[in-house]
Design a protein around this ligand. Sequence first.
Ligand SMILES: Cc1cc2nc3c(=O)[nH]c(=O)nc-3n(C[C@H](O)[C@H](O)[C@H](O)COP(=O)(O)OP(=O)(O)OC[C@H]3O[C@@H](n4cnc5c(N)ncnc54)[C@H](O)[C@@H]3O)c2cc1C
Length: 486
Amino acid sequence: MSPAIVWFRHDLRLRDNPALKAALERGGPVVPVCVLDDVGERPWAGGAASKWWLHGSLEALDTSLRERGSRLVVRRGDSLVELMALISETGARAVYWNHRCEPSVVARDGRIQGELARAGIEAKNSNGAYLFEPNRIANREGRPFRMFTPFWRHCLELPIDRPVKSDARHIPAPRRWPASLDADQRGLLPRISWDGGLKETWVPGEKGAGRRLKRFVTNALEAYDRRRDLPAEDGSSQLSASLHFGELGPRQVWAAVAAVGRDMGVCPASEGARVFLSELGWREFAQHLLFHFPFTPQAPLRSEFAGFDWAKDPGDAQFTAWTLGLTGYPIVDAGMRQLWRLGWMHNRVRMIVASFLVKHLRLPWQKGAAWFWDTLVDAGLANNTLGWQWSAGCGADAAPYFRIFAPVVQGERFDPEGAYVRRWVPELNRVPATFIHHPWDAPPNVLASAGVRLGEDYPRPVVDHAAARVAALAAFKKLRMEANHP
Ligand SMILES: Cc1cc2nc3c(=O)[nH]c(=O)nc-3n(C[C@H](O)[C@H](O)[C@H](O)COP(=O)(O)OP(=O)(O)OC[C@H]3O[C@@H](n4cnc5c(N)ncnc54)[C@H](O)[C@@H]3O)c2cc1C
């Protein structure tokens, strides 16, 4: 029997992998392949932190395959060219993969499917990444949803497939293995070593993801609804990068969480489980929006926001302060430094720093999204776009523009003792809780005994909250007037 190629992409796992299942069921040898195709993924090829994760995840997948008598073939180049080369090198007659919904990838994959079919190669793609395929969900008028609650209510009435059985003790190997790039030839790791924090924190790969899921379900799921907004606590799953790269499929997560409840259905036992599953719902909603509104990574869903009066930022000074965690607002700075060190940031703090960039600094959300794209290990086009458009008030079901997060109030509410700030902004470590979120209000003797000289050890605020709020509201008012009287 001729071999089948399994083209791994954002499904770097052996379990619950429909493409691998299809290849195994076919019965012949299997050639597992990953193609590093920066050109085909343009303009959204992975950023630096994301590439770091991918490197580890490919290594882990290769190890798991080798335990089963197989291996991962890694190539770099145009996906179609590399697949065709592999077909001719191995004599494969079938290519199986799981689909993705980023617009440029959808277009590329469509072209590849057509070319393979023309060459007489069986080409099949399946759904391994979503609970509900984005193109199958529509409202009563047959149009895409724009609000989360009706979207999720609708989804929850639909059946959810169980994970498929795709892992095998032995994966049949081809007679000869085609050439593959060694780990050090893949160019995914940074040239200068800024990745110490990532190495200390994460274990990319299916096994690491499985352990993290188990730990979360055992220790944190039940209280998720109460702790998920507290950045100092370990209250969320931290599974986002694993879900992004498909080291875990959402059906597996759903099954693990719903199994803690009454059964495999949608009746989770605890409020924690219900809220957590609805976060998976936001992930589905993000894919749904990206699929139906493919322009949104660059342009606002609500087109009137295209003319928004963004501030001037000479020399990128304010943006740079934001990226470095030197805005003078402790909760914002803590988040940005957590991002830089771990390649991950707590969800509540993502909302705070994003709001700060677009409303206090009035800088375009696309700039922030691009920074996140490069620095997040979980950078995902759908989730990142939704998160930024939500924060900027220009997306689906977004926070209204006039609701402006006050960083001090947010800090006091979600990090009341300042534990999160102390961890990531150590120069404020000795500032008492009363002033930790607004050290500029602390009396000089309090700052002196905390060892802080404002403007030297820690910056003064780059903008005044009250003035920034007034300016943001004025810009919003102007936008509304222009929309009403074009
Ligand atoms: C400005 C901004 C940018 C963001 N960029 C990304 C991104 O690039 N990649 C990314 O995966 N998430 C992004 N998010 C969503 C969210 O912050 C992260 O998914 C979450 O913090 C990851 O941590 P966790 O795995 O512990 O989440 P949990 O709270 O444990 O949630 C479980 C899973 O649900 C999904 N999820 C949770 N919240 C959201 C959400 N608001 N929207 C969509 N899916 C969600 C994620 O896959 C997450 O892993 C962004 C949010 C904002 C406000």
